[in-house]
Design a protein around this ligand. Structure first.
Ligand SMILES: Cc1cc2nc3c(=O)[nH]c(=O)nc-3n(C[C@H](O)[C@H](O)[C@H](O)COP(=O)(O)O)c2cc1C
Length: 191
């Protein structure tokens, strides 16, 4: 089994990446393969609303000049998908929103192709707005007929500067338990 994570942060190996790796730790203990794609501010454009995905029905976005189709392919091949983001003005980063909008519309054009995969949100925040980020990501999972495991708190870690989140013990513990629950659910679904 495999879990793919997309980290929407513009900052490589920042707080969002730390939180994702904490989830990965538990998944790896259960023998689940992991991979994190870090966007690091690379250019991923938003949806152009061309609706060609509904004509083509080929599990691809018709806009093919950025890595989006490669990412859709990774999502299709994975059993679990983590969408991780820092909080930017109380929402996901622009690049993660572009992935949600384009992969989300392509999925709807192709019989909800992420149906029954396991999905989890991971959010880094300095102070406020993280719940809205968490909700944005979960809206994508829920409309995609994906299954969402919980944790002991909502999946949020606090920190401003790179690495600050290492000081947020409760945030780290929340991610550890999320990893445990994600592994448990993946094993139940795929047994
Ligand atoms: C453009 C921008 C907007 C931000 N907006 C918020 C915000 O609304 N609320 C907040 O608490 N922190 C905000 N932050 C701080 C980041 O969410 C915080 O530093 C986070 O830990 C960054 O994660 P990273 O290290 O993975 O990039 C913002 C940072 C940037 C660059």
């Amino acid at each position: 089994m495999k879990v793919i994570a997309f980290n929407g942060s513009a900052r490589k190996d920042g707080n969002t990446a730390v939180l994702v790796r904490q989830v990965f730790g538990e998944l790896k203990k259960e023998g689940i393969e992991t991979e994190m794609v870090q966007f690091c501010g690379q250019r991923i454009r938003g949806c152009t609303a061309c609706y060609k995905c509904f004509e083509n029905k080929n599990q691809r976005c018709a806009v093919d000049d950025d890595p989006l189709n490669e990412y859709i392919e990774k999502m299709l091949q994975a059993d679990g998908i983590i969408l991780a983001s820092p909080t930017y003005f109380a929402d996901v980063s622009a690049e993660l929103k572009a992935l949600i909008d384009r992969a989300g519309l392509v999925a709807r054009a192709n019989k909800n192709m992420f149906r029954h995969k396991v999905g989890a949100a991971v959010v880094a925040v300095r102070r406020a707005g993280a719940i809205h980020v968490f909700d944005t990501i979960n809206h994508f999972f829920l409309i995609s007929e994906m299954i969402i495991p919980g944790s002991s708190y909502w999946n949020i870690g606090f920190g401003r500067k790179k690495g600050d989140v290492q000081e947020d013990e409760e945030g780290l513990e929340t991610m550890r338990i999320l990893g445990e629950n994600m592994a448990w659910l993946l094993k139940k679904i795929n047994q």
